[in-house]
Design a protein around this ligand. Structure first.
Ligand code: FES
Length: 918
C-alpha cells in the first residue's frame, strides 16, 4: 500500500495486525515514540488526515491513501510550529519523550479549545513536568502571546537581569530543545538507518505464572522450531553468578540474590526463559510454545507473616556474605537503634501515635526500560541502554560474563525518564548474553505491562510513629517502627531502608529517638529505587504525626516545625554531613505566607476545606561516595569539549553542565560540545541518581573548567610576557594587557585539557516545605487541590526555569502517589493494574499549578553555591495533602493513596459516628 508521511509517499506492506506506530518507526519515523502501545499515553500521537490519533491504536492497513503528519513536519522545513516554539522556549519538557506527541495534539487546538484544555489534552501524559509549562505554552501559542518564562518566585539567589545568557543562574534553554519538540532527539531505540543494530534480533521472555515455584523441566523443542527463532536460553545457559539488579558505586551495597535466569521463581512475572528471534512475532510465538514444568512452592505475601517462624523461606541459601542478614526469617537487614523511649513518652505532656501504610508506586517514566547490544569491529560488547548508571551497568556486565571492563562499552542516549527506576540492570544482562552467544545485534525493550510486572516499584512500607512533646510543643521523644516489603529480590532494599530513616528523623531536634526497622522478602513483585529513596514513606509518618501533635497542642503546624527544627550547626546525624547552608526557616516562612495570601480558589458548595503542610530534609547526594571525573578541553578552533559521565534523563543535567562551561570559560552553548554517559568516551561517574547531577558531576566539571581557564590565562600570559592574573577569557581568546591571544595560538602545541574530580566525601542538606489547601466532597470522597505551594532550599539556583520544572514535576508525582497511584496486587501476588488504563498517572486535569518559591541561600559545598533539587520536592507532598484532608474531614487517612473510596469511607465513618453520638 502507499500512504503519505510528512508529505512524502511511503510504500509499505504491513504485517497482519500491525499498528501504525510500529510501521512508522520501521519506515524511519522515530519521532513517533512508544509509551504504552495501548492508547493511554499519547507518546505516539500523529495527525491522520489532520486529526490527532494515537498511532498505536490505528491498524496500519487503514492508512492506505491517507496522510500522516508527525511532530517533525508540523511546520515547514527548519521551522517550528508555534506550539513547538512555545514549548521549547517555555521549558515545556524535561525528558522530552512525551513532547513530540504532545506537540502533535496541541497543534490542532484553537482559541475555543482553551477552556476545554484538560479534556482536549487528556490523551497525552507527561510524567515529568506537572503540565503547567505545557499548558502555558499551548495558551501562548494559540493566543499568539509572548510567554513569560522562569519561576514565579523572587529569589535573590538567581543571577541579576544583566547576567549573560546561558550562564549559571539564567534560565538557559536546553540545547536539545528544538530537536526534542520535533521528535528528532534520539532516545535509546531511535537508531539511525545505517546503525549496525538497526535490524537487531528481538528478545522476549517467558514469565512465571507462579509466585513461588521450582522449575523442574523446560522443553524448548517447539519454540526452537518456530521459523525465525535464533536462540532460546534457560537457567542452564546463563552464568552461575549471583548479583543484584540494583546498582551502586559499591556493588556490595545490595544483596547477591539474583540469577539471570533462575530455576526457582519467586514472583509472578519473573523471567524464566529468553527467546531471541528475527522478528517480534516469531519471538512471541516461540514464547507461547515453551513448555515449563513447575513444582509449586508455598508463598508468602504479607511482610509481617514473612518474618514469622514457619513462613516459606524465599532465599534460604543466602547468607550475610551475600548481604542477606537473616535468610531463615526472610529478613535482609534490620536496624534497632537508640535508647528505650517509653519512660520519656510516658512523662511527656502529650503523645501521639499512628501507623501509616504506603502503596506500591511505579515510576511510569514514559520510555520503558530497554537496551540494544552488538559487537563492534574489535569484537567488543557494546550496549546502548536506557540507564541512569552506564558505568555501573558496564562493570556488572563485565563481571557477570567474566570480561575485562575495556571489553564492554555501555552508553546512554537521552533517557525518556527514570526517577530511580533505571538505577538497575533489567535488560542489559540478557542482551549481553544474547549478543555474546549469537554474535548478532539484539534488542530487548520492555512493554508497558513489563514495566508493571518486572520493573521495580517504590517499597511499600508500614510506618508507626510515636511522638512525645512538652506542652509548649518541644519534642521529647520519637519512636519509629518500620516494616519494608522488598518483594522477591533485595535490589536497593538495604539502602532504601537506611535512607528512609535518615533525614526524615533528623529534621527535628529530638533528645531521645528509638528506631526499629526491618526489610523483608516476600513473593511480591520486587521493590527498588524510587525518587526520594525511602524518605517519602517515613516522611509521611513523621509529618502526619507532627500534624496530629500540632492539633492536640493547638499550635500552628508551621510554628511547631519552627520550635523543633534542626538548626545550622546541629549534629545532622551522619559524619559526612556538613552545613554548607541552611534554608529551612525561609522555606517555612515562604510557604506559610503564600498559604495565608491564598489564591482565590473556592470550593463547591457542600465540600469541606482544609489546609495542610509538611516539611522534608534531604542530603545533597548519596552517602559512601558518589564519584565523578570530568574533563574540559580547548580546541584550536575556539570550541570546548566537556566530558562528564552522568546521564540525562530529564533532570536537566546536560543543560546545567553546559551553563557551568559557559560561565567558567566565557563561551556560549554553540562553542560547547558535551560528551556524556558513555563508558568509552568519558571517565567514570557513579551515575545519575541521588540528585547528584549538579552536586557531584557539576562540581567536578566546574573544577575542570576552572583549571582549564587558569591554564589558558597562564599560557596567554607566557606568550605575551604579561601577568596571568590580569588576563581574561573572551569569545575570541584570552585578553591580556598586551593584547588578545587567539585560541589557535593558545593551542599551537596541542589542545589544552584539564581534569576535575568530585568524590562526594561531604554532603550538605536541602529543605522543601509543601503546603496545600484542599476541598473534600464528603459524599464522594473526591479531593480537589485548591492551592498548592512549595518552597525549596536549592542554594544558588543554576537554571531557575528548569529547577522550577523539577519541583513542579516532583509535586505532580507526589499528588499522584498521595491520591490515586497504586500498583494493585491480588492475594496470590498477581499485579492487577498492568496498564495505564488501570494504574492512573496524573493527567492534565489532575495537576493544579504549584506556586514555587526559592529560599535565598548559597551553599559552601555546591558549585556556585547550588544544592540538589531533583528527588526532594516529592517527599513532603503526600503528608501535606493527608494533613489537609484530615483537617477538612476531622478524621485522618492512614493508608496511602488517599483515594476517593478510602476518603469516602472515612467521611462515611465520621457521619455514622456523628449519627451514633447524636
Ligand atoms: Fe513529558 Fe518526560 S517530559 S514525560
Amino acid at each position: 500500500m502507499i500512504f503519505d508521511v510528512d508529505g512524502e509517499p511511503v510504500e509499505a506492506d504491513p504485517r497482519a495486525g500491525q499498528c501504525l506506530r510500529t510501521l512508522l518507526r520501521e519506515t524511519g519515523h522515530t519521532e513517533v515514540k512508544k509509551g504504552c502501545d495501548a492508547g493511554d499515553c499519547g507518546a505516539c500521537s500523529v495527525l491522520l488526515d489532520g486529526v490527532p490519533v494515537h498511532s498505536c491504536l490505528i491498524p496500519a492497513v487503514r492508512v492506505e491513501g491517507r496522510a500522516v503528519t508527525t511532530a517533525a513536519a508540523l511546520a515547514p522545513a527548519d521551522e517550528l510550529h508555534p506550539v513547538q516554539e512555545a514549548i521549547a522556549d517555555g521549558f515545556g519538557f524535561q525528558c522530552g519523550f512525551c513532547t513530540p506527541g504532545m506537540t502533535v495534539t496541541a497543534s490542532t487546538l484553537c482559541g475555543d479549545d482553551l477552556d476545554d484544555l484538560d479534556r482536549r489534552m487528556k490523551g497525552n501524559l507527561c510524567r515529568c513536568t506537572g503540565y503547567r509549562p505545557i499548558r502555558e505554552a499551548i495558551r501562548a501559542s494559540v493566543l499568539g502571546e509572548v510567554r513569560e518564562t522562569g519561576p514565579r518566585a523572587e529569589s535573590a539567589t538567581t543571577a541579576p537581569a544583566t547576567a549573560a545568557p546561558q550562564r549559571v543562574g539564567t534560565s538557559a534553554r536546553p540545547e536539545a530543545a528544538r530537536r526534542i519538540v520535533q521528535g528528532r532527539e534520539p532516545f535509546t531505540f531511535d537508531l539511525p538507518p545505517d546503525h549496525p543494530a538497526t535490524d537487531a534480533l528481538v528478545l522476549r521472555v517467558v514469565a512465571s505464572p507462579h509466585a513461588h515455584a521450582r522449575v523442574t523441566a523446560i522443553d524448548t523443542t517447539a519454540a526452537r522450531a518456530v521459523a525465525g527463532v535464533v536462540a532460546v536460553f534457560t537457567h542452564e545457559d546463563v552464568p552461575q553468578v549471583r548479583y543484584s539488579s540494583g546498582r551502586h558505586e559499591h556493588r556490595t551495597d545490595d544483596p547477591d540474590d539474583t540469577r539471570m535466569l533462575d530455576d526457582v521463581v519467586r514472583y509472578i512475572g519473573q523471567r524464566v526463559v529468553a527467546v531471541v528471534a528475527e522478528t517480534a512475532e516469531a519471538a512471541d510465538a516461540a514464547c507461547r510454545l515453551v513448555d515449563i514444568t513447575y513444582d509449586v512452592l508455598p508463598a508468602v505475601f504479607d511482610p509481617d507473616e514473612a518474618r514469622m517462624p514457619g513462613a516459606p523461606l524465599i532465599h534460604p541459601d543466602r547468607t550475610p556474605d551475600d548481604r542477606v542478614d537473616e535468610a531463615h526469617r526472610n529478613v535482609i537487614a534490620s536496624v534497632h537503634a537508640g535508647p528505650d523511649v517509653a519512660s520519656a513518652l510516658a512523662a511527656s505532656a502529650v503523645t501521639v501515635t499512628g501507623t501509616w501504610q504506603t502503596s506500591r508506586v511505579t515510576h511510569a517514566q514514559l520510555e520503558t526500560h530497554g537496551s540494544v547490544g552488538w559487537l563492534d569491529d574489535e569484537g567488543r560488547l557494546v550496549i546502548r541502554s536506557s540507564t541512569q548508571v552506564p558505568f555501573l551497568a558496564r562493570d556488572e556486565i563485565a563481571r557477570l560474563f567474566d570480561l575485562e571492563r575495556d571489553r564492554v562499552r555501555v552508553h546512554a542516549a537521552r533517557l525518556g525518564g527514570g526517577f530511580g527506576g533505571k538505577q538497575e540492570i533489567f535488560t542489559e544482562d540478557l542482551v549481553a548474553l544474547a549478543v555474546l552467544r549469537t554474535r548478532r545485534p539484539v534488542a530487548y525493550e520492555f512493554t508497558r505491562t513489563d514495566e508493571f510486572l518486572r520493573a521495580a516499584v517504590r517499597h511499600p512500607m508500614r510506618v508507626t510513629v510515636t511522638l512525645g512533646a512538652d506542652a509548649d510543643g518541644t519534642l521529647t521523644a520519637m519512636q519509629i517502627d518500620l516494616l519494608s516489603d522488598t518483594g522477591a529480590y533485595g535490589n536497593h532494599s538495604r539502602g532504601v531502608m537506611f535512607h528512609s530513616l535518615a533525614e526524615s528523623t533528623t529534621i527535628y531536634r529530638v533528645p531521645l529517638k528509638r528506631v526499629d526497622a526491618e526489610v523483608v522478602y516476600t513473593n511480591n513483585i520486587p521493590s527498588g529505587a524510587f525518587r526520594g529513596y525511602g524518605l517519602g514513606q517515613v516522611v509521611l509518618g513523621v509529618e502526619s504525626a507532627m500534624d496530629m501533635l500540632a492539633e492536640r497542642l493547638g499550635i500552628d503546624p508551621f510554628d511547631l516545625r519552627r520550635i523543633n527544627a534542626i538548626r545550622s550547626g546541629d549534629d545532622p546525624g551522619h559524619d559526612d554531613l556538613v552545613w554548607g547552608s541552611y534554608g529551612f526557616d525561609q522555606c517555612l516562612d515562604l510557604a506559610q505566607d503564600a498559604l495565608a495570601r491564598g489564591n482565590g480558589a473556592t470550593a463547591p458548595d457542600g465540600w469541606l476545606v482544609g489546609e495542610g503542610m509538611a516539611a522534608a530534609m534531604i542530603a545533597t547526594m548519596a552517602p559512601f561516595g558518589h564519584i565523578a571525573h570530568t574533563t574540559a578541553t580547548l580546541r584550536a578552533d575556539g570550541t570546548y569539549l566537556l566530558r562528564a559521565g552522568t546521564a540525562e534523563f530529564g533532570n536537566g543535567t546536560t543543560t546545567v553542565l553546559r551553563q557551568i562551561g559557559a560561565t567558567d570559560l566565557a563561551a556560549d552553548f554553540d562553542r560547547i560540545e558535551l560528551w556524556h554517559a558513555d563508558t568509552d568516551a568519558v571517565a567514570h561517574d557513579t551515575g545519575a541518581f541521588a540528585s547528584a547531577g549538579i552536586t557531584v558531576a557539576g562540581k567536578a566539571l566546574h573544577a575542570a573548567c576552572l583549571t582549564l581557564a587558569r591554564r589558558m590565562r597562564e599560557r596567554a600570559a607566557a606568550l605575551t610576557g604579561t601577568d596571568a592574573a590580569s588576563a581574561s577569557l573572551t569569545s575570541t581568546g584570552v585578553e591580556t594587557i598586551a593584547g588578545l591571544v587567539g585560541f589557535a595560538e593558545l593551542c599551537a602545541d596541542g589542545e589544552l585539557t584539564a581534569d576535575g574530580s568530585e568524590l562526594g566525601e561531604q554532603r550538605s542538606l536541602a529543605f522543601n516545605v509543601h503546603a496545600v489547601r484542599v476541598a473534600v466532597d464528603p459524599t464522594t470522597g473526591t479531593v480537589r487541590i485548591l492551592q498548592s505551594i512549595q518552597s525549596a532550599d536549592a542554594g544558588f539556583v543554576m537554571n531557575p526555569a528548569q529547577c522550577r520544572g523539577q519541583i513542579e514535576g516532583g509535586v505532580a508525582q507526589g499528588i499522584g502517589s498521595a491520591l490515586y497511584e497504586e500498583v494493585m496486587v491480588s492475594p496470590e501476588g498477581k499485579v492487577t493494574t498492568p496498564v495505564f488504563r488501570t494504574y492512573r498517572v496524573p493527567q492534565f486535569a489532575d495537576v493544579p499549578e504549584t506556586e514555587v518559591y526559592f529560599a535565598d541561600t548559597s551553599d559552601d559545598l555546591g558549585p556556585f553555591g547550588a544544592k540538589s533539587m531533583s528527588e526532594s520536592p516529592y517527599n513532603p507532598v503526600a503528608p501535606a495533602i493527608g494533613n489537609a484532608i484530615a483537617r477538612a474531614l476531622g478524621i485522618r487517612p492512614f493508608t496511602q493513596p488517599f483515594s476517593r473510596d478510602r476518603v469516602w469511607r472515612l467521611a462515611a465513618e465520621l457521619s455514622a459516628g456523628d449519627r451514633a453520638a447524636g
